[in-house]
Design a binder for this molecule. Structure first.
Ligand SMILES: *Cc1c(COP(=O)(O)O)cnc(C)c1O
Length: 471
């Protein structure tokens, strides 16, 4: 394909996209493909001779959509949504047309400077103090790994980077049991060791207990270990649990430890002032992550890390051989110094398009609706025979199970979930709570309406009845 053929095919792609989005509600949310269904339809080896674009596009239309789970489907109530507002999709098309690699300021000043301004827009939108500066990563997993590496190197006075980790006391990190597995992964990859990530006891509301945290730190110090950091959680993945940040981040400061807060999902809700009490004390954090690619509407991938003092992370991650040296370092930001990969996508453009095309008020209204509809859905299921609410709504997430009188609840709930997802009108996923198999329901897709939520309630009731009374 030549560049002069691209406009025609781009129009075809845009028409296809319009048709796709307007028919999403008619498609099963979760792909109904069985393992191997898609691979079987694809040539085993690459062609030696060019295929026509007609043939390639036709195969795309025929083979790929049935093998996709439709994350932009308005009845996607699984995991956490990965929203993509149309304005953000459009920005990605433009980024794609330019296809720049934005590792340094000079490799695309617009990408670096727009990132600086967008990070400040977002900082204001969630009301963090002006001292915080942001950087865009691919994922919260990466941001958390960067924070844990910075924790480690700060504690070792940046000696670990060159001398390795031998000869130091055992380092310890503290988080609650509600923490996402990306924190475990960071502890593994940073050479801390998963067993040195201490999961501190939580209270009835699944918030880390400050007294238990203080005690764990004391015990570890007494045993000759080196406490280096605390990771707080706002809006945990299983039930939406949040730590009481002011208490635990104060301990972190008093103990001269580095702190990071994982607000990957719920962080977007902080554009609404009325939810900010949940992260009271956030200004005490050294680092935090929130994913605009989840709830806010910036298409995947776009994960934002805010840093109180970027110098610590830059000292940990920056490595600049001669061939990457640039001039005028005082006036510019080279964001690859803040992140793990050298190469960087131009991710700020979709935030700019998103925030301008919607304005914060519209984005706030969507989040408010999601939270209100989640409560209504929970109330409706609560009075449904056989259904038991296991964890109450936190932000826009609750969990429930099917517990019929004379049957095993875990079996019944598992059957319910399987049948719901085979039905295809809605998509839900599971987690576990105190040995119970439970279903999560989260309302968060950008285009979801109350009608979609009502249909979800209807589908759950209908299928629950079928599971309880077969035939
Ligand atoms: C989704 C999520 C993550 C992981 O995010 P990625 O960007 O996929 O790495 C981490 N923590 C929480 C609380 C999440 O909801």
């Amino acid at each position: 394909m030549r560049h002069d053929e691209l406009p025609e095919w781009s129009k075809r792609a845009a028409d296809w996209a319009a048709e796709y989005h307007s028919t999403l509600r008619d498609r099963p949310v979760r792909s109904q493909a069985a393992p191997g269904d898609i691979a079987r339809q694809i040539a085993k080896s690459p062609p030696d001779v060019a295929d026509s674009m007609e043939a390639i596009f036709a195969d795309f239309e025929h083979i790929i959509p049935p093998g996709m789970t439709h994350w932009q489907h308005p009845r996607f109530f699984a995991y956490f949504s990965s929203n993509a507002a149309p304005a953000s999709m459009l920005a990605e098309q433009l980024v794609n047309a330019i296809s720049a690699q934005c590792m340094l300021w000079q490799t695309s000043p617009a990408a670096a400077e727009l990132e600086t301004v967008m990070m400040d827009w977002l900082r204001q939108a969630v009301d963090l103090p002006p001292i915080f500066r942001g950087v865009i990563h691919d994922s919260a997993t990466t941001a958390t790994l960067c924070a844990v590496l910075t924790m480690r190197e700060r504690a070792l006075q940046w000696q670990g980077l060159t001398k390795g980790l031998a000869g130091h006391p055992t380092m310890r990190i503290y988080a609650s049991a509600q923490t996402h597995c990306s924190v475990d992964k960071a502890a593994r990859l940073a050479g801390i060791g998963q067993e040195n990530l201490i999961k501190v006891d939580t209270d009835d509301d699944w918030a880390m207990r400050p007294d238990a945290l203080q005690k764990a730190i004391q015990n570890d110090r007494a045993a000759g270990m080196l406490p280096i950091g605390i990771i707080g959680c706002i809006g945990g993945t299983s039930f939406g649990a949040s730590d009481r940040l002011r208490a635990i981040l104060s301990i972190s400061r008093d103990e001269n430890m580095y702190s990071h807060v994982d607000a990957a999902w719920a962080g977007s809700a902080m554009i609404c002032p009325e939810y900010r009490h949940v992260w009271d004390g956030i200004e005490l954090a050294d680092s935090l992550v929130l994913n605009p690619h989840k709830w806010l509407g910036a298409s995947f991938d776009c994960s934002v890390q805010f840093l109180r003092e970027p110098a610590s992370q830059v000292q940990t991650l920056s490595l600049r051989p001669d061939y990457l040296e640039t001039l005028e370092e005082d006036e510019i930001t080279n964001y690859s110094d803040w992140t793990i990969p050298l190469g960087r996508r131009f991710r700020a453009l979709k935030l700019w398009f998103l925030l301008r095309a919607h304005g914060l008020d519209d984005l706030r209204n969507r989040i408010r609706n999601h939270i209100a509809w989640t409560k209504l859905a929970c109330a409706a299921l609560e009075i449904t025979p056989g259904i038991e609410i296991v964890t109450p709504p936190k932000f826009a997430l609750f969990t429930f199970r099917l517990a019929p009188q004379d049957r095993d609840a875990n079996d019944s709930t598992q059957q319910l979930l399987q049948q719901i997802n085979a039905d295809g009108r809605i998509y839900l996923t599971q987690t576990s709570h105190q040995g119970m198999f439970v279903i999560r329901l989260t309302v968060g897709q950008f285009d979801t309406t109350w009608d979609d939520v009502e249909l979800a309630i209807k589908v759950i009731r209908e299928i629950a009845e079928r599971v309880v009374k077969p035939n």
